[in-house]
Design a protein around this ligand. Structure first.
Ligand SMILES: Cc1ncc(COP(=O)(O)O)c(C=O)c1O
Length: 382
């Protein structure tokens, strides 16, 4: 019997069994080493086998099995305090959960609760998760269609084209939801002017702005939140993936006055959300980011990586795009074979659409490792 005899079959098959890792490397069962530019789909920002995260979780875990977040705990309080200092709000509040889709679900429910409206506008090419609300805000028809009818009152506009949002937004709109850098859609950073225009249209129509930083957050783009690169001023921010340094942890952050005087008790909840081990992991992750200047590392190494990719100047490359260590190469040829050949040569990359590969390495990757990745790509394209 193998694993594939038991799994639901939703994941695409990958024969590579990864059984360990260290920093920006992972190892397979035969001990072969790979430079990991998949980075657990953006979860492993702080590097594999990060001892700070492991010991923080273990220490919390050894204390008790579990209590829900209705009971205050000093580790959670400290985590909130440190995270709040990084948010784009004068005063922040949070809902803690376990994944990106959950953080989006909470944001969508918050928007409906705060405005009393139902309409949500999302961008074409967006990805916000697979649960019903998050899926309703996700663009790709092949993800959506098998599950229709989805949540009503969702509509789409073109990313980075303000005119198309102007046509859709109105006094019934609860919120506009946007990724700051579209990740699953192929690594498309938002335009600052567009983002300012979205804010203006939201204000004019009494709608909220939700920024999804699930993939782009936690130093990935050179800032703690990618919105800092583009002057983003949201009402709600979604985070997950690397927030717990690899331990499942999501957060929906919002400005403290979002609900006005409304009593929202019992309106949303999660058994595991904000568990003490998760908050210990989150706190350790935030401390690691600060101690290691992880955002600065991502900015500097990302700029180096992008320049090296651009220098390849292969006729098979259509475009190099992205920001920080959230990069993509679009090819004029199918990406599948390139991904397979790179894996053979010891580099893991992520296909994103038929002709695009994505690089989401741990932010602790070295410049030497980046050079090796680019050299392998050059060889594969030769
Ligand atoms: C921008 C964005 N939002 C939400 C999600 C959903 O996160 P999760 O898979 O943890 O539910 C993802 C996952 O890739 C994402 O990239």
């Amino acid at each position: 019997m193998t694993e594939s005899d038991f799994t639901a079959g939703f994941y695409s098959d990958d024969a590579l069994a990864i059984i360990g890792g260290e920093g920006a490397f992972v190892f397979d069962a035969a001990g072969k080493k790979y430079i990991d530019c998949v980075g657990g789909h953006g979860v492993a920002n702080l590097g594999h086998a990060n001892k700070k995260i492991a010991s923080a979780v273990q220490a919390a875990w050894e204390n008790f099995a579990f209590t829900t977040a209705r009971h205050p705990h000093p580790i959670r309080a400290k985590f909130f305090e440190v995270l709040a200092a990084k948010m784009p709000f004068k005063k922040s509040k949070f809902f803690l959960c376990n994944s990106g889709a959950e953080s989006v679900e909470a944001a969508l429910k918050m928007a409906r609760l705060a405005t009393g409206r139902s309409k949500i506008l999302a961008a074409k090419r967006s990805f916000h998760g697979r649960t019903f609300g998050a899926l309703s805000a996700t663009w790709r028809p092949e993800f959506r269609q098998p599950f229709e009818p989805l949540v009503p009152d969702f509509d789409f506009f073109a990313f980075n084209k303000i005119e198309t949002l102007k046509e859709k937004i109105d006094a019934k709109t609860a919120a506009v939801i946007l990724e700051v850098v579209q990740g699953e859609g192929g690594i498309y950073p938002i335009d600052s002017e567009f983002l300012a225009g979205v804010r203006r249209l939201c204000d004019e129509n009494g709608a909220l702005l939700i920024l999804d930083e699930v993939q782009s957050g936690i130093c990935r783009t050179g800032k703690f939140l990618a919105l800092e690169n583009f002057g983003g001023q949201p009402d709600i921010v979604c985070m997950a993936k690397s927030l717990g340094g690899g331990y499942p942890l999501g957060a929906t952050a919002f400005r403290a006055d979002l609900f006005g005087g409304q009593n929202v008790r019992g309106r949303h909840n999660s058994t595991f959300g904000g568990s003490v081990p998760a908050c210990a992991a989150g706190l350790a992750a935030l401390e690691f980011c600060a101690a290691e200047n992880l955002c600065e590392q991502a900015a500097e190494k990302g700029a180096f990586f992008k320049t090296e990719l651009e220098r390849l100047a292969s006729p098979k490359i259509a475009e190099v795009r992205g920001i920080g260590l959230m990069l993509a190469v679009e090819f004029k040829i199918p990406a599948g074979e390139i991904v397979a050949k790179m894996e053979e040569a010891g580099v893991l990359v992520l296909p994103t659409g038929p002709k695009v590969i994505r690089f989401l390495p741990p932010l602790v990757i070295s410049k030497e490792e980046i050079s090796e990745v680019v050299a392998v790509l050059a060889k594969v394209l030769a």
